[in-house]
Design a protein around this ligand. Structure first.
Ligand code: ZN
Length: 216
């Protein structure tokens, strides 16, 4: 099996796992990964994470030309915005995950640091998550907002919509976006209960010890 065939299988397997656990429903969510030749594989428009076909993923070449598979997701500009601004990005995942969206609706949500510091892995896998405003689907301003971050964040939350996370490969991006959703879920579960989060000193220790990207 070629490296690209393995990558196609991996994208579909991880997407199905995400779908099966209810982390994005219907035909929502999209996923992309860099290929060895500098091109890109991305889930097709209107496709469901539960039923992606490895052979029908949209294929782009290094120059950004669509060269095979079904037509790409409408949210492709969002993915490109990460690849173009983060040289370390090998994969990008976007979900419509329930608890992350719920947390983005809270009026006092922190725009610069969307996730409260509740668990070490939330910090280690995501760094600081930027909450972006609401955009109409397909609005070019959405990708422009990601580009405006100049590659300093690996994870953003689109208010009233869903998270977008870049990682070094598909597995890392999926693990990180699941951590984002889990942390948002914890935040919603403990909201109003005065939860004991991590202290600033504990957060700083994690950032230092695990060399976390921590845009301030
Ligand atoms: Zn979306």
């Amino acid at each position: 099996m070629t490296a690209e065939a393995r990558l196609r299988e991996q994208i579909c397997l991880l997407a199905k796992s995400i779908f099966d656990r209810g982390l994005t429903g219907g035909s929502t969510g999209n996923i992309s990964a860099r290929t060895e030749d500098g091109g890109l594989l991305i889930s097709p428009t209107g496709s469901s994470f539960g039923r992606l076909d490895p052979a029908r993923l949209s294929r782009f070449d290094k120059a950004g030309q669509w060269i095979g598979g079904d037509a790409p997701t409408k949210e492709m500009p969002l993915h490109s915005a990460f690849y173009d601004t983060r040289s370390t990005a090998g994969a990008v995942v976007h979900l419509h995950s329930c608890h992350s969206v719920a947390l983005s609706l809270i009026p006092d949500a922190n725009e610069d640091d969307f996730l409260p510091p509740l668990t070490p892995y939330g910090i280690m896998k995501l760094g600081r998550v930027k909450l972006l405003p609401f955009f109409l689907p397909g609005d070019p301003a959405m990708a422009a907002a990601v580009r405006g971050l100049a590659g300093k964040r690996s994870a953003v939350m689109l208010a009233n919509h869903g998270p977008v996370v870049a990682g070094k490969d598909v597995e890392a991006a999926c693990n990180a976006i699941e951590e984002l959703e889990d942390t948002a879920r914890l935040a919603m579960m403990t909201r109003g209960l005065n939860p004991r989060g991590l202290t600033d000193a504990q957060v700083q220790s994690l950032v230092t010890k695990f060399d976390v990207e921590w845009d301030v």
